[in-house]
Design a protein around this ligand. Structure first.
Ligand code: ADP
Ligand code: 5GP
Length: 200
C-alpha cells in the first residue's frame, strides 16, 4: 500500500478565486483526472478547458477538437519548433502539448483556464507561470491505480506497463505542487478541487 497524503491547502488557494488564472491538474495516468475534469466542467461551464494536441491515436469515442487535436508527429514537431506550445512532453511513446495562444488569450481576458497534463508539462508550467494553481491528484493506492487503468480497457498491455512504471515516478513528485488531493471517493475529490479552484 502506498503512502496516502492528506488533502492539503496552501497560500495560493485564495488567490485562485481571482479571475484570469491558470489551473494545472496533474497526477498519474488512470488516477481519474479526466473524469474529475469532466465533472468539474459540467458543474462550472464558465471554466475554459484547454484542449491539447497529441500524436496518440484517438480512443473509441474520442472527438477531434473536444478531447484532443490528434496530429502527426511531424506536425507536432513543426508546431513545437514554432513555439506554438506553452508546454509539451513525451508520455508513453506519444507527444502531448498545450496550445499557447488560446490559453494565454483566455487567461488575459479574465477566464479560469484549466490544463489537465502530465508531470513534465506541469513542471514546465510551474516554472514559467509560478502564479498558476497546481493540483496533484493521487490514487488511494497503487493497486487501485492499476485497477483503474485496466478497468478503462483502452490501453494495450505494453501501454499499461509504461503508464504504471511512469506512475511511480510521478507520485513521488506530488509534493512539488500546491495542493494534493486523493481521488478515493469521487465526490469528495471533486469537492476538494472545486474548493481549491473557487476558494470555497
Ligand atoms: P486519467 O484521466 O487520470 O488517466 P480517467 O479519468 O480516465 O484517468 O480515469 C481512469 C478510470 O478510473 C476510469 O475508468 C474512471 O471511471 C475511474 N475512476 C475515476 N475516479 C474514480 C474513483 N474516485 N473511484 C473509482 N474509479 C474512478
Ligand atoms: P492520455 O493518453 O491518457 O489521454 O493522456 C496521457 C497523459 O498525458 C495524461 O496524464 C494526461 O494528463 C497527459 N496530457 C494530456 N494533454 C497533455 C498536454 O497538453 N501536455 C502534457 N504535458 N500532458 C498532457
Amino acid at each position: 500500500m502506498m503512502q496516502v497524503l492528506p488533502i492539503q491547502s496552501c497560500a495560493t488557494t485564495q488567490d485562485s478565486a481571482v479571475s484570469g488564472k491558470l489551473i494545472v491538474l496533474t497526477g498519474p495516468s488512470g488516477v481519474g483526472k479526466g473524469t474529475l475534469m469532466r465533472s468539474l466542467l459540467q458543474r462550472h461551464p464558465e471554466l475554459y478547458y484547454s484542449v491539447s494536441a497529441t500524436t496518440r491515436r484517438p480512443r473509441p469515442g474520442e472527438i477531434e477538437g473536444k478531447n484532443y487535436y490528434f496530429i502527426s508527429r511531424s506536425k507536432f514537431e513543426q508546431l513545437a519548433s514554432q513555439g506554438e506550445f506553452l508546454e509539451s512532453a513525451e508520455f508513453a511513446g506519444n507527444y502531448y502539448g498545450t496550445p499557447r495562444e488560446a490559453v494565454l488569450r483566455q487567461v488575459q481576458s479574465g477566464h479560469l483556464v484549466v490544463l489537465e497534463i502530465e508531470l513534465k508539462g506541469a513542471r514546465q508550467i510551474r516554472a514559467s507561470f509560478p502564479e498558476a494553481l497546481s493540483i496533484f491528484i493521487l490514487p488511494p493506492s497503487f493497486a487501485e491505480l492499476e485497477r483503474r487503468i485496466r478497468g478503462r480497457g483502452q490501453d494495450s498491455e505494453e501501454a499499461i506497463a509504461r503508464r504504471l512504471q511512469r506512475a511511480h515516478e510521478e507520485i513521488e513528485a506530488a509534493n512539488e505542487f500546491d495542493i494534493q488531493i486523493v481521488n478515493d471517493d469521487f465526490e469528495t475529490a471533486l469537492n476538494a478541487i472545486e474548493a481549491a479552484v473557487f476558494g470555497k
